[in-house]
Design a protein around this ligand. Structure first.
Ligand SMILES: Cc1ncc(COP(=O)(O)O)c(C=O)c1O
Length: 442
């Protein structure tokens, strides 16, 4: 029946649910859209691995995108929720009505106030639209700006540097939505390297609908410099297309950056933010800041797809902004917390892999280590499977290259390791990983 024409998945251990259904029911034919979206994807398997881990099957979860549990953040969210519960009529208002398609008006106004005061921006509510998590925002944006156009024209989203976020990979309604470029690799002190945008290689023309980067980058922990961002913005602007900045881990919140960088915005950028990595992934609040014609289009798409974004997530977010906690937590708690976790994880990895030909991308933000196992004798998928058998979940690196057509050995030699879990889990997981990797090199 061809329901699962494309089969991109990380784990092959479990039976395919589509095949089981076929044995006792008439086949259901999926549309092209269904075939593309409803089949196993890298991000789907990642989210499943994450849920399995949470339910206790996978013990050492170094794989998912869950933020760490930080007591001070949890207390602040608890207090914000408590306020909603105790103010007469507040909970009923939050739960009992749809917000406008653009998203909760109070949160949008609070965001404008925060950005204008703290960063000196000059945005107004018409520059902001909320989405049901920023993932949904990327789905809308990418398909708004790229895909099939009039007169048979096709446009793509240009990723100036891969590895890039696995969650972009399957977002296109059309096939081949991305075109991507390899970075330059700069070797730093022992066992560290950094990716740099290879500006000489980039090509832009009327077949590109937008340029997109995550900063900090998931999976590599790279933070593109202010100069790199300014150059990309200028380059995109001259072609008349926007630069999408995925700021899920960035400034001013949740501020998971360990290097100096300025929050970037211009009239040509679409800045995408989120409450998830702050500690509220289930609030499902994505924040998109752009020129009004873009935010208006997103609001219209919200109406069609979800009617309106989550009101309960917006209410908690509004409290955290209005009482000043979001900035204080990001600056004083979240950044130092992850910086310390990063230092610990890097020390463990360096210790356990001593003597092996490895390198780690300089961790400048987010909560991942991007491990490069140089001249790895097997694929990174094979390493992932072996680790999973031993209860350690990481993410194999080959899924982080959406749009890269040319072959590249490097692609099969990297793993993404999250250090958001508690230190014991991280340490033990890394020790097991090192044992398996050592066997492979032996
Ligand atoms: C770089 C990046 N962008 C966007 C997202 C989507 O986050 P959310 O939909 O929870 O806002 C994630 C989640 O892991 C991410 O890592």
């Amino acid at each position: 029946m061809g329901a699962c024409r494309r089969s991109v998945f990380l784990s092959q251990i479990e039976p395919d649910p589509y095949k089981i259904r076929l044995m006792d029911l008439n086949p259901i034919h999926f549309s092209k859209f269904g075939q593309k979206m409803a089949c196993r994807s890298g991000i789907g398997q990642l989210m499943k691995d994450l849920a399995d881990g949470v339910e206790g099957q996978s013990v050492f979860m170094l794989g998912g995108g869950n933020p760490a549990r930080i007591p001070a953040v949890e207390q602040a969210c608890h207090a914000a929720t408590q306020e909603i519960l105790t103010q007469p009529g507040a909970l009923e208002k939050v739960l009992g009505q749809y917000d406008p398609p653009r998203g909760n008006t109070e949160l949008i106004e609070a965001i404008c106030g925060l950005m204008n005061q703290q960063l000196g921006w000059d945005i107004e509510p018409e520059n902001v639209a909320l989405t049901t998590g920023s993932q949904t925002g990327f789905f809308m944006l990418f398909n708004l700006l790229a895909g099939r156009f009039e007169r048979g024209m096709k446009k793509k989203i240009l990723l100036p540097m891969v590895p890039e976020y696995i969650g972009y990979t399957d977002l296109g309604i059309e096939e081949d939505l991305f075109i991507a470029y390899k970075p330059k690799i700069e070797f730093l002190e022992e066992h560290l390297f950094k990716y740099r945008v290879d500006f000489e290689a980039l090509k832009i023309d009327e077949t590109i609908g937008a340029v997109c980067v995550s900063r900090p980058t998931n999976p590599t922990a790279n933070v593109m410099t202010d100069e790199e961002i300014a150059r990309l913005d200028d380059w995109a602007r001259r072609q008349g297309i926007p630069l999408i900045l995925d700021n899920a881990y960035g400034l001013p919140f949740p501020n998971i950056l360990f290097t100096e960088a300025r929050p970037c915005r211009s009239d040509n950028t679409i800045v995408c933010m989120s409450l998830s990595k702050l500690g509220l992934p289930s609030a499902r609040i994505g924040i998109l800041i752009a020129r009004p014609e873009i935010t208006r289009a997103i609001a219209e798409m919200n109406a069609v797809i979800t009617l309106s974004p989550s009101g309960i997530g917006a209410a908690i977010g509004t409290h955290l902004i209005q009482n000043g906690r979001i900035m204080q937590l990001s600056r004083d708690i979240i950044r130092p917390f992850y910086e310390e976790k990063c230092r610990h994880a890097l020390a463990c990895l360096t210790e356990h892999l001593r003597g092996l030909p490895f390198a780690v991308h300089k961790p400048e933000g987010a909560f991942f280590l991007w491990l490069w196992l140089r001249n790895l004798p097997v694929s990174c998928e094979e390493v992932y499977q072996r680790l999973k058998q031993r209860g350690v979940v990481v993410v194999p690196g080959h899924y982080f290259y959406p749009g890269l057509a040319e072959p590249w050995d490097h692609r099969d030699q990297c793993l993404r390791i999250s250090y958001a879990a508690d230190p014991k889990t991280v340490e033990t997981g890394i020790a097991v990983l090192a044992q398996e990797v050592r066997k492979l090199y032996a």
